[in-house]
Every structure is written in structure tokens, then in C-alpha cells.
Design a protein around this ligand. Structure first.
Ligand code: GLA
Length: 584
């Protein structure tokens, strides 16, 4: 449905008062309206340019976008520069029929279905590939019924198709299905996996002592050769996992239901600051094409949420017999491109109001953002965003509906569209990066390209209360109250455009005095990926850290706050008077 400009602006203004994130005023210029049919219908108006839109005047030529030569950033090196893509046997098959035949047929289907061409690479065998006992040499042994010729022939077969083979193990005495565990046998098992030609290990958490969890996961990390992708399956996030894993489960097991998909999403996005090349938050494997509990729109939304989360895309369905509908969802090139974007930033919700989620993810292209409008509720609704909310500067932007492959209206300030119940609209918005800062500027006056935070939005000029926007108190670090600054809750990742125009960055960093003696964090400052400053572990007892670093020539300033390895409790961190010196 297409709204008039005035109605769409009013609706957006209402929503924006609830979780504005790091934005400017939510007032909407007359004429910014959307036309996307969220149900897949063609938009009711063609791409409209300025006609009848911003300014309400006659059609005018749309100015060219400014191009920031910073992009594209090169794809990282390493075994998981972008989220791993593949398939895993567990969601569809559990322990039923886990065999060489199933794995080889699945590998064949990955190629013939077009999945391999779409980017899927790993064929992962989950639990029940192995016996409960080790062989007489103390090595893991595949089931004789399922893998009579061993695993190496399966690896050869999969490799010959241009694919890779993944396997499952467990840090405890036995796997969740009571097969032999690797606890205490890490070295021999890692050697065995490498000899068989295994490329990826999912390492589970059953039959093991909670007290040794970090040591156990580190023991396998040490034993594994570098080329093997290490997938931690510890059922929850642990900060030490980011030091050793290429991906780490953030949740308990997913189920093939909408509620489970949404629950895993909610547990994962607050960890967005940890995601990046060779280290991804894993909300568990895909349930697209598994069971009958989810509608096509819900499965499409599930896939789009995993895409914007930069989650591993590990299909869980039977690839040999999937429907065309399932295949189309799983192989959508433009949705996959959002997930596989080499910049490697995990998308974050920039606003949430009663089950309506607006997400943004910077892409590896000047002024480009993926935006997800996710309607978790059971009623259709109008949803939208402003350019400033998604980290873009002023000027015109194009909007493309990625799922349906349709260019929508160009906008100069805001966009709205109708989103059906329990579904999502995924957009690519292409406009201008935020302006290059000039003179001496307070960071809280700048639009960040990206702002991931552990608890609601990063707050400007107040500390981080709880999840609601603007719910903080004055920033106070080390007993000093700061009028200007940023309020955060670890883990935080903030990215600003400097455009080579700035020379120094200064701030006072610490736990906010609101924590009253609780919490601990570490502050990090990077310029173009180079570490310029890392604080000691800051607790309420330590003095505030003084940051004063040379950023001459840097294109990007990145601020991170991490949890000091002891969980997120009370990790409310503030930056007092963060300032940049830049050219006039
Ligand atoms: C755990 C994991 C699942 C699956 C099963 C196998 O529950 O979280 O992903 O690997 O074990 O037994």
C-alpha cells in the first residue's frame, strides 16, 4: 500500500520517538514516502525521483551521489573472511541415516541445485557419525554401518565436487547422542580429522564440566591445524570464544518455528560488536525448508535476519528433495550478498517498537546500507527509517527491494512501507556517507556509520540506562560529570568517518559511575584497523583512562568496548568529552 507523504511522515515520527538510536530529530520532510509492497506485490508507483516528493515541487534532476574512495575494502584473509555457508545434517536428520550415502548425495545436490554456485561450500556431518568407543589405537571411529569405507573417501568425494567437509565432535566424555567425546583426546582427534581431510569442526558441549569449558575449547583450538574452521557450540556466548573460534553459538538449539527464530535473533544481536572477518556470532543453523510450522514469508524473514546478522548460513533441510520455494529462499543472490559482504559488520537494530524492528548494516560500497524492516507481530504495519538513522549523510538515496529485485522510490530523508505480519522487507539503500568532520568536533555531534551496543542504543550526552533510548543520566567517569560524551554498554563497536581530515582524538574513558562499583570493561581505539589505544581492565576502582591519540590521515575511527572476559553485567562504559581535531 502506498501512503501519502504526510501520513507516512507522521507514522515514522511516532515510531522514531521510541528507539531513535543515534539519530537527529525524527521530524520528516513532506514527501518522503515509500512504495514497496512488502507482500511481494510490485510497488504501486515507479521510481519517482523528486517528483511530488521532497520539497513537493516539480521533478528535478537528482544530484549524483558523492563517492567515498575508501571503498571497497579488500576481503580479509583467513578461513572464514565472511560467514561460513554450507549445510549440516542435524536439523533435518538428527541421528537418522547418517551415512556416507546421505553425505555424498547431499554434496551432489548442493551442486545440482545451484546452492554451490550461490556460495554454499561446507557439507557438515553432525552427531551420530561415530561409534561410542574408540578403536584399539585410541582413535575415533566412524560407524561401520554408516561409513564402511571411512571418512577419507567421503572427504575426497566432497572435495572433488569443489566443496568442503565438516565434522562434529564434543569436548566432554561423550557427544549429546552418547558417542565418543574428545575430552582429553584433543591432539589425537585433531590429527585424525586433518588426516581424513576434514575442513571444519563443530565442537559441542555435552557430558562436560562447566568449570573446564574454556580450557577444553582452548585445548581443541591449540590442537587443530589453522586451516580447519573451528565452530564453537557452547550454547551461549563466551568472550574467550572470540579469541579461538571462527564462529561461536550464541544460543541453545534452534527449532523450526517462528518463535525459536526470533528468540535466537534476540539473543544474538546484542553481541554484534564481536562479529567480523574470521569470527562470527552463530544463532544456529537455518530452518528454511525444515518442517511445516513456518510460512514461506516467515522462512524468507528468517533467512533475511540471518543475512543481516552476518550469521553463518548453514542450511538444515534435505537438499535432495527441497521445493523450488525453499531453493529460491536459500539461493537468493542479493540476500546472500548482504550476508557475505566483505566489510563484515553484523547488522544491528536501530529502532524497535512493539515487535517492529528496523535494522541497518553498512555494506562495502560508498554510502550503501542494507536495511531490514522486520515485523515480528501478527498484524501488518507501516515501517520506515530516516537516512540519518541508518548512518547516512544528507542527499538523495536510492532504495531497492532486494528480495523482489525492484527499485523503489528515491528518497532525500525518509522511507516507509507496509510490512505484512511476521515477515520482513530487505532493502539496499544507496546514498552518501556522513560528512567528513571539520574543526574541533564533539563525537556526540557526529553520525556514526555503525553503532553496535550491548543494551539498546549508544546514548549521546548521557550514560547508557537500560534498553530504552534516552533513558540515561548525566555521564560521570571517575567522579567527573561530563556534559558531552557517549554512553555505552559493552560490547560496543562504533565506526566514524574521518575522511583523512582529522589529527587527534581525545576522550576520558571508564566505567560510568552509575555502576556503583560493579562491572569491568576494556576500551579500544582503532584507526583504519590499526590499534592505537587499549586500556587496562577498567573497573570502578581504577582511574579513568585518558585517550589522546594521533589519527592523522585516517579514514575511519573505530571505538570498541569489550567485557574484560567476565560477562556483560554492569558493563556500562562512558566516554567523557570525546573530541576530534580536524581541518577547518
Ligand atoms: C547439541 C547441539 C546441536 C546438535 C546436537 C547433536 O544439542 O547444540 O546443534 O549438534 O547436540 O547431538
Amino acid at each position: 500500500m502506498r501512503l501519502t507523504s504526510i501520513v507516512s511522515g507522521a507514522l515514522l515520527a511516532t515510531a522514531a520517538t521510541v528507539w531513535p538510536g543515534c539519530t537527529d530529530s525524527p521530524a520528516i520532510a513532506r514527501g518522503d514516502s515509500g512504495g514497496a509492497g512488502g507482500d511481494g506485490a510490485a510497488p504501486s508507483a515507479p521510481r519517482a525521483g523528486g517528483a511530488g516528493g521532497d520539497g513537493g515541487g516539480a521533478a528535478t534532476a537528482i544530484p549524483e551521489r558523492e563517492i567515498d574512495a575508501y571503498y571497497p575494502v579488500a576481503r580479509a584473509a583467513g578461513p572464514a573472511p565472511t560467514p561460513p555457508m554450507g549445510w549440516n545434517s542435524w536439523n533435518q536428520f538428527g541421528c537418522d541415516g547418517i551415512s556416507a550415502a546421505l553425505i555424498m548425495e547431499t554434496a551432489d545436490a548442493m551442486v545440482t541445485s545451484g546452492m554451490a554456485d550461490a556460495g554454499y561450500e561446507y557439507v557438515n556431518i553432525d552427531d551420530c557419525w561415530l561409534e561410542a568407543q574408540r578403536d584399539e589405537d585410541g582413535r575415533l571411529q566412524p560407524t561401520t554401518a554408516g561409513f564402511p569405507d571411512g571418512l577419507a573417501v567421503v572427504a575426497d568425494y566432497v572435495h572433488a565436487l569443489g566443496l568442503k567437509l565438516g565434522l562434529y565432535g564434543d569436548r566432554g566424555t561423550e557427544t549429546c547422542a552418547h558417542r565418543a567425546g574428545s575430552g582429553g583426546h584433543e591432539a589425537v582427534d585433531a590429527t585424525t580429522f586433518a588426516e581424513w581431510g576434514i575442513d571444519y569442526l563443530k565442537y559441542d558441549n555435552c557430558a562436560a564440566d562447566e568449570a573446564t569449558i574454556e580450557a577444553d575449547y582452548r585445548a581443541m583450538a591449540t590442537a587443530l591445524p589453522d586451516h580447519i574452521v573451528y565452530s564453537l557450540c557452547a550454547w551461549a556466548f563466551y568472550e574467550w570464544g572470540t579469541e579461538i573460534g571462527h564462529l561461536w553459538r550464541t544460543t541453545s538449539d534452534i527449532e523450526a518455528t517462528w518463535d525459536s527464530v526470533i528468540a535466537n535473533m534476540k539473543r544474538t544481536y546484542p553481541l554484534a560488536a564481536y562479529a567480523g572477518p574470521n569470527g562470527w556470532n552463530d544463532p544456529d543453523m537455518l530452518e528454511v525448508g525444515v518442517g511445516r510450522a513456518m510460512s514461506a514469508a516467515q522462512q524468507q524473514a528468517h533467512f533475511a535476519v540471518w543475512a543481516i546478522l552476518a550469521a553463518p548460513l548453514i542450511a538444515g533441510n534435505d537438499l535432495r528433495s527441497m521445493s523450488e520455494e525453499t531453493r529460491a529462499i536459500l539461493t537468493h543472490p542479493d540476500v546472500i550478498a548482504v550476508n557475505q559482504d566483505p566489510l563484515g559488520l553484523a547488522g544491528v537494530p536501530i529502532r524497535m517498537e512493539s515487535k517492529r524492528w528496523v535494522w541497518a548494516k553498512p555494506l562495502n560500497e560508498s554510502g550503501a546500507r542494507a536495511v531490514l524492516l522486520l515485523n515480528e507481530s501478527t498484524e501488518a504495519t507501516e515501517m520506515g527509517f530516516t537516512l540519518s538513522e541508518i548512518g547516512l549523510g544528507a542527499g538523495w538515496a536510492t532504495v531497492r527491494d532486494l528480495i523482489h529485485g525492484i527499485d523503489l522510490e528515491d528518497i532525500s530523508r525518509a522511507f516507509t512501507t507496509s510490512v505484512p505480519a511476521t515477515s520482513a522487507v530487505l532493502l539496499a539503500v544507496r546514498g552518501n556517507e556522513p560528512p567528513i568532520p571539520r574543526g574541533q568536533v564533539a563525537l556526540s555531534d557526529l553520525t556514526p556509520i555503525y553503532a553496535a551496543n550491548g543494551l539498546g542504543p549508544v546514548e549521546r550526552d548521557q550514560n547508557n540506562g537500560v534498553t530504552a533510548p534516552g533513558d540515561g543520566a548525566p555521564i560521570s567517569v571517575g567522579g567527573t560529570v561530563f556534559e558531552r560524551g557517549l554512553g555505552m554498554a559493552a560490547p560496543t563497536k562504533l565506526l566514524y568517518r574521518l575522511g583523512g581530515a582529522c589529527t587527534r582524538f581525545r576522550a576520558t574513558a571508564g566505567l560510568d559511575d552509575m555502576t556503583a562499583g560493579r562491572g569491568s570493561v576494556v576500551f579500544h581505539v582503532f584507526a583504519d584497523g590499526e590499534a592505537l589505544f587499549t586500556s587496562e581492565v577498567l573497573t570502578a576502582g581504577t582511574a579513568a583512562a585518558t585517550i589522546d591519540v594521533d589519527v592523522t590521515g585516517a579514514q575511519r575511527l573505530e571505538l570498541r568496548v569489550t567485557n574484560a572476559m567476565d560477562g556483560t553485567s554492569w558493563d556500562r562504559a562512558s566516554l567523557g568529552a570525546p573530541e576530534l581535531d580536524c581541518e577547518e
